[in-house]
Design a protein around this ligand. Structure first.
Ligand SMILES: CC(=O)N[C@H]1[C@@H](OP(=O)(O)OP(=O)(O)OC[C@H]2O[C@@H](n3ccc(=O)[nH]c3=O)[C@H](O)[C@@H]2O)O[C@H](CO)[C@@H](O)[C@@H]1O
Ligand SMILES: C=C(OP(=O)(O)O)C(=O)O
Length: 445
């Protein structure tokens, strides 16, 4: 198992290029299963563990998948299986996104029910409510959910109680082959929804309104493969923005759609960060002193929950009291305890965290509790006094390509090490490991 060791204190500078968006590529790859004719070719696919997992799911369903040079080619013209086992859903809950495509094409789909996770209970009731409204029967038992319909799904109007990203995607994919018109009201408006709708339309679907709160889908007979380039990852971009901001750095972030990052840019500007849109990207210049602010996470175009833990690092480093309120997931504060281990002065009150800045962060051994927490703890390490070690990098690898390498390229004192090898060396030298971050004389650069 790997860990990342980071020594704080370096101002970041230089350029960094953002990858294709994880949250866009996963539904796009799942949607490729609907194509009964022709191959799909998807460009700018990031080399993330989640992408390898969804590719495995798709292969397991009997489609052919090749992944090379950030390009995925999918041939789903074989007769597909319609069951996705627990093995995959356990690794990545986005595996439930195969439900809509398989139900659309075969009138049957079965996946293991996703359990809760570190950020909340994350039910899929709204996905299922949409399928039922289209005429599907839902059976839940033995840890599986099975959806099936005799003949074609029927177009209908579905109102989502919560503007769920996954439910909007699953229902939109299912509706592409339904008979008649489907209207999804109070749907999610995230850029990844628009990317998926654009891809489905290239495959022959008839979808309008993606990016607004009502999506209309006229069902067609079949879809074919298509070529598509994935949008840039707004969360990765936002993470590097915070990295520049908290280190007083000057970083040009390339391959960014600034429109997708409006709430993050607005909050960082409020905190005193200079953000300049340039021809090749967005330049972020961190101030000497960050100012406190308040943030509430909301569905797009509100402040994204996936940037919540990273922004906490900016708040910890800001002068004054900040309040961060999480409204999207009920339990996305597991990282707070880890920040406290690094000397952050913060407390949880209901769905809010009160952060008293400016307490100097101290390096410590910390554990990533989820994907974005992993990145946030590394950001905290960049501005902490001494060494920070972040473990449980399986979370980080789900959503960030070469995170430590990219930060090192920007001048950070950071390295990724294999824990097993180090422990073996330590055993061989009979060294007693006594972790005192401030006293360890490790030269990282
Ligand atoms: C792979 C992917 O794209 N993941 C993103 C997606 O997750 P995901 O699609 O799972 O998130 P949702 O938008 O569905 O979840 C939002 C809220 O709705 C609730 N809910 C959702 C579905 C449902 O059937 N019933 C229900 O109550 C959830 O528990 C949560 O409280 O959007 C989230 C919210 O922007 C992001 O944090 C995730 O990074
Ligand atoms: C919560 C996230 O992803 P997922 O929905 O795949 O768990 C995320 O990307 O921060």
């Amino acid at each position: 198992m790997d860990k990342i060791v980071v020594k704080g204190g370096k101002r970041l500078s230089g350029n960094v290029k953002v990858e294709g968006a994880k949250n866009a590529v996963l539904p796009v790859l799942a949607a490729s299963l609907i194509a009964s004719e022709g191959k799909s070719v998807i460009y700018d696919v990031p080399t993330l563990d989640d992408v390898y997992t969804i590719n495995e799911v798709i292969r397991n369903l009997n489609a052919k998948v090749q992944f090379k040079n950030n390009k995925v080619t999918i041939d789903a013209t074989n007769k597909l299986r319609t069951e996705a086992p627990f093995e995959y859903v356990r690794q990545m809950r986005a595996s439930v996104l195969v439900l809509g495509p398989l139900l659309a094409r075969y009138g049957h789909a079965e996946v293991a029910l996703p359990g809760g996770c570190a950020i909340g209970s994350r039910p899929i009731d709204l996905h299922l409510k949409g399928f039922e409204a289209m005429g599907a029967k839902v059976n839940i038992g033995n840890g599986f959910v099975e959806v099936s319909v005799d003949g074609r799904l029927q177009g209908c109007t579905v109102y989502l109680d919560v503007a769920s990203v996954g439910a909007t995607e699953n229902i939109m994919m299912a509706a592409t082959l339904a008979e008649g018109k489907t209207v999804i009201e109070n749907c999610a408006k995230e850029p990844e929804i628009v990317d998926l709708a654009n891809y489905l339309n290239k495959m022959g679907a008839d979808i309008v309104g993606a990016g607004t709160e009502t999506i209309r889908i006229n069902g067609v007979e079949k879809l074919h493969g298509a070529e598509h380039t994935i949008i840039p990852d707004r969360v990765e971009a936002g993470t590097f923005m915070v990295a520049a901001a908290v280190t007083g750095g000057n970083v040009l972030i390339e391959n960014v759609v600034t429109e997708h990052l409006r709430p993050v840019i607005a909050k960082l500007r409020e905190m005193g960060v200079e953000i300049i849109e340039e021809e090749n990207g967005v330049r972020v210049i961190g101030p000497n002193n960050l100012k406190a602010t308040d943030i509430k996470t909301l569905p797009h175009p509100g402040f994204p929950t996936d940037m919540q833990s990273q922004m906490m690092v900016a708040m910890i480093n800001a002068e004054g009291t900040s309040v961060l309120t999480e409204t999207v997931f009920e339990n996305r504060f597991m990282h707070v305890e880890e920040f406290r281990r690094m000397n952050a002065n913060m407390k949880i009150e209901g769905r809010s965290v009160i952060i008293e800045g400016l307490n100097e962060l101290q390096g410590a051994q910390v554990q990533a509790t989820d994907l974005r927490a992993a990145a946030a703890l590394i950001l905290a390490g960049l501005c902490a006094d001494g060494l920070t070690e972040v473990t449980e990098l399986k979370h980080l690898d789900r959503g960030y390509v070469d995170f430590a390498k990219k930060l090192k390229h920007l001048g950070a004192d950071i390295k990724r090490v294999k824990v097993a090898t180090e422990e073996k060396q330590a055993d061989e030298k009979v060294i007693q490991l006594d972790f005192k971050p401030k006293n360890i004389a490790v030269e990282l650069s």
